[in-house]
Ligand binder design. Structure first.
Ligand code: KPL
Length: 299
């Protein structure tokens, strides 16, 4: 089961459908398109999953024994996902969390209000939601946290054609991804450009300052991020033809993950007696942009 199948969840579901029965839980329009015409994945790949090969529904009242639930809702819905899924979990259900930010497990389990078998991975998949029934994949895969089920999950995702592996240091993977999201997501959302567009030379100083504030916070939390991290992130994203999730969220009028990314960095830095002024400005601009798009400007 893929719970919250938007861009990333639909891509993963399309891949997994090649090796196992898959049910996508998604918004009504997407569900109707998949039921009627199937699921298309374009971009760097060309996949088509016919309606008979994948099930799409707007909700589930139970899951089968031995079900893997891949949770791909955004952070703002992670707690609610925990609540909803705890109600239908079986003792052997496994929940794979792929959210951006650092706190998905905590929020999910707070919502569940009981122990559930949780696995985690960092998802670096760049996927655009084009229209109901159609997404575009531009590259990237999954790095799993080592745990009771991780080897089995890596094997399964690889069999499905996904780029998957175990992270040698999951805390580092999470913080590195946080730094990448703090850099890429607000810039692309504010400039209205694809990920590669945020890599222009004019923005080099801004990108470095965003990452160095995240690195300073990581250090205060006991994790030394590598020197040259900003360049490594830039190299990884320079060819990113996709639109970041924040740009897609703003364009669709949905709430963004800013409070779990740059907003989180600002709040946590403050708690530790530090400042993160560049991340603070970006967070304010995103909040302001969301407000102006919602039509409240000038009222
Ligand atoms: O995580 C992402 C996001 O958009 O939220 C990346 C990997 C940056 C892909 O765009």
């Amino acid at each position: 089961v893929v719970y919250g199948a938007g861009a990333v969840g639909s891509y993963l579901g399309a891949r997994l459908a090649a090796v196992m029965p898959v049910t996508l839980i998604a918004r009504r329009e997407h569900v109707e398109a998949i039921q009627g015409r199937g699921l298309f994945v374009g971009g760097a790949v060309d996949l088509f999953v016919p309606p008979g090969k994948i099930r799409a529904v707007t909700g589930l009242s139970s899951v089968l024994e031995g079900t893997l639930v891949v949770v791909t809702v955004k952070m703002a819905a992670a707690e609610e996902a925990g609540r909803a899924l705890a109600a239908i979990a079986r003792p052997d259900s496994v929940f794979l969390l792929l959210q951006n930010g650092l706190t998905a497990r905590q929020l999910f389990l707070e919502g569940a209000a009981r122990e559930l078998a949780v696995a985690r991975a960092v998802a670096s998949c760049g996927v655009d939601f084009r229209e109901a029934g159609k997404v575009e994949y531009w590259g990237g895969g999954l790095e799993f946290e080592r745990g009771a089920r991780s080897a089995e999950l890596v094997e399964l995702f690889r069999r499905a054609g996904l780029d998957a592996g175990e992270s040698p240091d999951f805390a580092r993977s999470l913080w590195t991804k946080l730094a990448a999201n703090c850099m890429i997501n607000p810039i692309t959302a504010l400039l209205g450009c694809r990920n590669s567009g945020a890599m222009v030379a004019e923005l080099a100083g801004l990108r470095r300052r965003i990452v160095s504030e995240v690195a300073a916070l990581a250090k205060a939390e006991g994790l030394e991020l590598e020197a040259g991290l900003a360049e490594r992130i830039e190299n990884g994203l320079a060819s990113g033809g996709n639109r970041s999730s924040m740009l897609q969220d703003l364009a669709a009028g949905r709430s963004t993950e800013i409070e779990y990314l740059n907003g989180f960095v600002v709040r946590r830095s403050r708690e530790l007696g530090m400042q993160a002024p560049v991340n603070e400005v970006l967070a304010e601009l995103i909040r302001g942009r969301a407000r102006t798009l919602a039509g409240d400007a000038g009222r």
